[in-house]
Design a protein around this ligand. Structure first.
Ligand SMILES: Nc1nc2c(ncn2[C@@H]2O[C@H](COP(=O)(O)OP(=O)(O)OP(=O)(O)O)[C@@H](O)[C@H]2O)c(=O)[nH]1
Ligand SMILES: [Mg+2]
Length: 244
């Protein structure tokens, strides 16, 4: 299943975090609006991976086993298969129980960081989701995000901030997308529907030679569409990495 997913271009997000942080609740909150067709497409995936759509693009979200402090090494070994989902994901959302007193919260976060490191996901793009903000007062809410650029405040329970989290996930992936202009002959209609799946929203115009499409494609998939590319449409590759 993982191999199948790795070959697909659908952005994948792993929810990692300390036990009881609210990962499973967040999985539900993020994906409850998922349309039936998406559910059917991924029904062969494990039950903790689900899909949702946002901005015309489909995302896969995987729940993971809860991390604990001093996770014994044998346990890390035993959980490797589940934790592997985290390594495979394009983006890790570190879910944190923001209602936990700060000292414990910092320890929990450090524990999660070190497990992520240990399983080889230390360098993954990461977003922190401070969850359970419905339990915080106004002061605590204000303090939470001070000096934290890669963090959002949410309540998986009430739904507060969930749409904002989807936006942030979208933005994280947008950095890896490349604008292209393609001319897909009418005879290759299947490639066109495939394009709809991987590119989300796209502009299309019918021409005598085929469908002219403007889309944003994952850089890793460019090779599959190269032969359709309209000359000169490819942007310079210079400063992509300095965008942050
Ligand atoms: N008040 C409040 N409670 C929440 C929120 N999100 C989750 N919870 C509660 O926190 C508890 C743990 O939530 P889960 O989603 O099971 O947490 P988890 O991270 O999946 O836990 P593990 O699977 O053990 O790692 C449950 O009782 C949830 O109802 C939230 O935003 N606000
Ligand atoms: Mg859970």
């Amino acid at each position: 299943m993982r191999a199948q997913r790795a070959g697909s271009a659908i952005p994948s997000v792993a929810l990692a975090g300390y036990t009881n942080a609210g990962k499973s609740t967040l999985l539900n909150a993020l994906t409850d609006a998922a349309v039936g067709v998406g559910e059917r497409l991924f029904h062969t995936l494990d039950p903790t991976t689900r899909a949702y759509e946002h901005g015309g693009r489909r995302y896969l979200v995987t729940d993971t086993v809860g991390f604990i402090r001093k996770l014994p090494h044998q346990l890390v070994e035993a959980f490797k298969a589940t934790l592997e989902e985290t390594v495979q994901a394009d983006l890790v959302v570190h879910v944190v129980d923001a209602s936990e007193p700060e000292a414990g919260r910092v320890e929990s976060m450090a524990a999660v960081d070190s497990v992520l490191e240990e399983i080889g996901a230390g360098d993954k793009p990461r977003l922190v989701a401070y969850n359970k903000i419905d339990l915080l007062d106004a002061d605590q809410r204000r303090d939470l995000l001070v000096g934290e650029a890669d963090a959002v405040a949410i309540s998986a329970e009430t739904g507060e901030g969930i749409e904002g989290l989807r936006d942030r996930i979208e933005a994280a992936f947008a950095e890896t997308l490349r604008p292209v202009e393609l001319l897909v002959p009418y005879a290759e209609g299947s490639r066109l529907s495939e394009l709809h799946d991987v590119a989300g929203d796209l502009e299309r115009e019918d021409t005598p030679d085929g469908v002219l499409v403007k889309a944003r494609l994952p850089a890793g998939l460019m090779h599959r569409w190269e032969r359709f590319e309209v000359n000169g449409a490819r942007p310079a590759q210079s400063s992509d990495d300095d965008a942050a």
